[in-house]
Write a protein that binds this ligand. Sequence first.
Ligand code: HEM
Ligand code: NAG
Ligand code: NAG
Ligand code: NAG
Length: 437
Amino acid sequence: MAVPPLLLSSLPSLLVVLALLSSLLLAGRKARRGSATWKLPTGPAKLPVIGHLHLLGSSLLHRSLWELSKKHGPLMHLKLRRDPVVVVSSPEMAKEVLKTHDLECCSRPSLLSYSKISYGLSDVAFIPYGERWRQLRKFCTVVLFSTRKINSFRDIRKEETERVTKLICSQARASTMVNLSELLLSLSCNMTCRAAFGSGFDDGGDIQLHDMLNETQEALSGLFLSDYSPLLGWVDRLSGMRSRLERAYLKLDSIDQRRIYYHQARLRQQSKEDGDVLDALLRMQKDEEGLTKDHIKGVLTNIFIGGTDTSSATVEWAMAELIRQPELMKRAQDERSQFVGEPHVFDPERFMHDSKEADGQDFKLIPFGVGRRICPAKNLGMLMVELVLANLLYSFDWHLPPGMVKEDISMEEARGVNVHREYALCLMATKYDASTA
Ligand code: HEM
Ligand SMILES: *[C@@H]1O[C@H](CO)[C@@H](O)[C@H](O)[C@H]1NC(C)=O
Ligand SMILES: *[C@@H]1O[C@H](CO)[C@@H](O)[C@H](O)[C@H]1NC(C)=O
Ligand SMILES: *[C@@H]1O[C@H](CO)[C@@H](O)[C@H](O)[C@H]1NC(C)=O
């Protein structure tokens, strides 16, 4: 079954979704402040004191910015925080920023929420460009994102996917709705956590994965007036935004603390070759000067959040698009019957390949970003999305819940750095039986 190639050639919506996912992270890139004064592009008329904040309205940030750019052009200056913000919305301008001027634009702004969630910009994703960033990023590549490492986690991916397939099977037999949003998040989280930290997401039961990631996304995407002016910090406190950020941080921190605690306890008994990503991080911390516990926690959080939210949201959107477009669903599943009677083991990983579309070569679709800060886990992300989606499509037929028509499937987006569905995707499944098809 060639679902992945089909996906990549005739499922533009998936790539649009990937592009949406990336849009806000990219919007977060920041120009390096030199001694020279910047010549800023023009933008909409701004108000005294609040600048352009009033233009964002109540819709989602990426939607508001897109609307504004249609009026004011692909390069537009906005005053939304202390430093000027330049919104880039055409492939040509994206190329200018992310390729021609990548070196000047490869740090992210030190916003209040970024800084909090990254333990004071002590991670890979939000740390300013420089020697420490290079060191941490290289580390991640060696222990997690290299082809050799990705291959070594193959059994984990397989086991976790099979576990979910079994789960859906039992729900199909019982004719209960499959909560895909919940299941996919848990699956990608377990895949990532097992590879990186040696065990699935098991938090002692007091932290709900979905709620926690929801809160983190809200916090990361919130517009804090403190970023606009320190004088307005009291507004963030009064509105409760500060305490929500603090709550999200405390949950992430308690998970990181616990992981580090368990790993440190057993580290002494291990040889250098043993262990998972966190073991390797702790060893590196012992050897490298200036590497603090906050760096360790920052990288942990990057892997945890980066590996969980992104790929599951992509599969969710893809399934929602497919159930709304039965023709596409049919094409995606057509080739299943070719395997009837063959001694065939379903193995979507053999389709893993670099996709030209997602490469960002033409700057039209840049789901993983471009340049020095490009997603270091691009191959892993693609693989997880393809594997999970291919399995869902191969093993099951999908139907709308009783009483629903396809127009009832909401495509509303939730607020966040990664663009999620606002409403969970719940569908009915029946087991696909190759021998009777
Ligand atoms: C479908 C899956 C994924 C998508 C669409 C995605 C997208 C992105 C994007 C757009 C960026 C910013 C790029 C830029 O600024 O140019 C990024 C950065 C990053 N991603 Fe991913 N990602 C995915 C999966 C993952 C996974 C599985 C991990 C880790 C396990 C991960 C870890 C990171 C990290 C650490 C960064 C920061 C890199 C840096 O600033 O140097 N991502 N990702
Ligand atoms: C699906 O799961 C999500 C996340 O756990 C939850 O918020 C939602 O209420 C669930 N939906 C249904 C219909 O069970
Ligand atoms: C993820 O792992 C946890 C803990 O091991 C387990 O309870 C949960 O069922 C797993 N989720 C899925 C979707 O397999
Ligand atoms: C988080 O949950 C709230 C309330 O359930 C919801 O309104 C909001 O859109 C969610 N945010 C994200 C990023 O999913």
